[in-house]
Design a binder for this molecule. Structure first.
Ligand code: CU
Length: 620
């Protein structure tokens, strides 16, 4: 069980005696053993101010630590000052330390690689500008020479009416390439690179309504083509940077950059251990349609197919090796059905097969998606969500689809307790799903955070209400399964600091832990006493569990890598087993690599809904 926590529930901050008494009665009610055994218990961790952080990205490491990454944490002052934060927290010992963070990983993608290290790709190059005073846009620079072309930051571009723009970043355009023509001649093919440019002069005078050619000062002969230069909202811009968080040295180390910048990308692991990076805003704030592959063996990136998905698309690896897009996403992208309809995507052929028919198809942004346990059933659930952008629409809808069915189709599931954007959905080690938090409106507007907590039972296809959470969690919040069976919740970034929507936004830096009812059962929890730490697909192993306990299920669970309601690598794979004798079981690791991609998993033993602690296993 948890140590070092401070219980703060309904902390009465009132002048009258009434609410204090009420608070204590409430406290008494929800800490009675019978209540906990039925509804579970929320506790708040004691995090000293020095370690408080904007929890944007969270990951459970194989050593049991939780890595909580903020970068600039949606705070432009931190960005300008280069203050990028990461916290490493062990929820059992409550040891914590800040990790030096060399770039702004705010709104990157992250994933556990097969060796247990964490790949973090992309992040923030530049903050959005909602009301720019200098016109700006994208400039594409061409290189038709056989040498790299270096374009420094601050390079001046002169366009129509002699309007001047300056490049916001420095960059290098690679040398041109050559192509053999049919008649034996050789042709030079120019390479290109784009960059964000800002007008040198304020106001409307610098607006350029049409794409146009620009002259590059100091670079005679270099051609540059500008897009429209406008005073409209300028999006966040992504970075190409990629780092690995090394679980042995507990530090970030630089790996090769991506070919393209990404802000809000999804990283999904394939059955062979390759990682695909999809979507995200690029270096000029447009949605990046170019996917790319990361090979963890060589640390190299290579280009994948081109297809438009909204940012943080929920793309799950299916047993067939195709990706299934559930429609969930967070943030940006056109509202067109071509971009947002769920379906199968073959990342090798780029064939997309839509599967329309999900209830409330226009209310999928900020929804959550999970592959329901056991992963073998290949059934996905989509929960809640809101309209595209800052819409007032939200839904309590859940929808289910069995993608292994001969004719996969969407079925309506039971409603959530309330219409909810940003619900956090966490697979539990007894084959159920915890759903907690979120808000009715966009980014918790009008004080609309809910404290709803419920457990979804796959067998009965129903939700059971649990104890309300003690902290509202909306945008930029996460929930993740801890190795001891508890669930940690982090973050929350409402658009306004009060329910009247009159105060500036705040970031919730509290961290809570939820203990599900199974941790209060009178039945003792089973224990995995011993098992091989390295196991291969399709092989059988002997493991040892608590003597005399009749294990009813075993699950290999992928540790959380969660951000922006997105964790596409979360999965609970059932492990078939048979009794040998006493406390020995023979387990059969499934043989399908797309069911169980390589990497570290938490093995849990379950006795009728009461799970063990995790036993870490590396699947090869
Ligand atoms: Cu974000």
């Amino acid at each position: 069980m948890f140590t070092g926590v401070i219980l703060v529930i309904a902390a009465p901050n009132a002048w009258t005696i009434g609410p204090i008494v009420g608070g204590w009665i409430h406290h008494y009610e929800i800490t009675r053993p019978a209540y906990e055994a039925k509804y579970g218990l929320w506790t708040k961790l004691n995090i000293p101010v020095k370690y408080q952080i904007h929890g944007i990205h969270s990951t459970v490491l194989v050593n049991g630590d939780v890595l909580i990454m903020a970068g600039s944490g949606n705070n432009q002052a931190f960005f300008n000052a280069g203050t990028f934060k990461t916290l490493l927290l062990n929820p059992v010992t409550m040891k914590m330390r800040l990790i030096p963070t060399p770039w702004d990983l705010f709104c990157a993608g992250h994933i556990q690689l097969p060796d247990g290290n964490i790949l973090i790709a992309g992040g923030t190059e530049r903050y959005e500008n909602l009301d720019p005073v200098y016109a700006g846009g994208a400039m594409t620079v061409y290189n038709s020479t056989m040498r790299p072309l270096t374009v420094p930051k601050g390079t001046i571009f002169i366009g129509p009416r002699n309007v001047e723009f300056t490049s916001a970043f420095g960059f290098v355009v690679p040398p041109a390439t050559t192509r053999q023509n049919g008649n034996g001649t050789t042709m030079t093919v120019a390479t290109q690179q784009n960059v964000w440019v800002d007008a040198v002069t304020k106001g409307k005078k610098s607006v350029v309504d049409e794409p146009a050619w620009y002259q590059v000062i100091g670079m005679p002969g270099v051609q540059a083509m500008g897009t429209q230069m406008t005073l409209s909202k300028q999006n966040f811009q992504g970075t190409k940077d990629a780092y690995i968080f090394n679980v042995h040295t507990l530090s970030f180390q630089k790996v090769n950059s991506m070919n393209y910048a990404r802000w809000y990308p999804t990283l999904v692991e394939m059955g062979n251990g390759m990682v695909m990076a999809v979507s995200g805003l690029d270096n000029v704030g447009n949605v990046n349609m170019q996917s790319e592959w990361f090979n963890p063996k060589t640390d190299k990136w290579s280009l994948g197919p081109v297809r438009g998905f909204p940012t943080y698309p929920a793309l799950f690896l299916t047993e067939s090796g195709e990706l299934f897009f559930t429609g969930s996403n967070a943030g940006y992208g056109p509202a067109t059905p071509q971009w947002r309809t769920p379906g199968f995507w073959n990342p090798y052929t780029n064939v997309f097969t839509p599967v329309p028919g999900i209830p409330d198809p226009n209310i999928l942004e900020t929804s959550a998606s999970v592959l329901l346990p056991p992963a073998q059933n290949q059934t996905f659930m989509v929960l809640g969500g809101g309209g595209v952008g800052q819409s007032n629409l939200s839904t309590a809808r859940t929808a289910l689809i069995d993608v292994n069915a001969p004719d996969p189709h969407w079925m309506r599931g039971p409603n959530l307790l309330d219409p909810t954007r940003y619900p956090n959905a966490v697979l539990l080690p007894n084959g159920t799903v915890l759903v907690t938090g979120g808000s009715l409106y966009y980014r918790g507007m009008h004080g609309s955070d809910n404290r709803d907590t419920a457990i979804y039972d796959v067998a009965t296809n129903s939700f059971t209400r649990m104890a309300d959470s003690i902290t509202g969690r909306d945008y930029h919040a996460e929930a993740l399964l801890l190795p001891d069976g508890q669930v940690m919740t982090i973050g929350g970034n409402p658009l306004y600091g009060n329910a009247m929507d009159t105060m500036p936004q705040t970031f919730n830096q509290e961290i809570d832990v939820y203990s599900p009812p199974y941790l209060f059962s009178k039945t003792p929890r089973p224990v995995i006493e011993a098992a091989p730490h390295v196991e291969e697909l399709g092989h059988r192993y002997i493991i040892y569990t608590s003597p005399g306990r009749k294990i009813t299920a075993l699950y290999l669970m992928h540790p959380a890598n969660v951000t922006h309601v997105t964790d596409v690598n979360q999965r609970a794979v059932a492990v078939p087993f048979k009794w040998i004798d006493g406390n020995a079981l023979q387990i059969s690791i499934p043989k399908q690599q797309n069911l169980l991609p390589p990497g570290w998993y938490m093995l849990f033993a379950d006795v009728n809904g009461i799970p063990s602690d995790a036993y870490w296993v590396e699947i090869l």
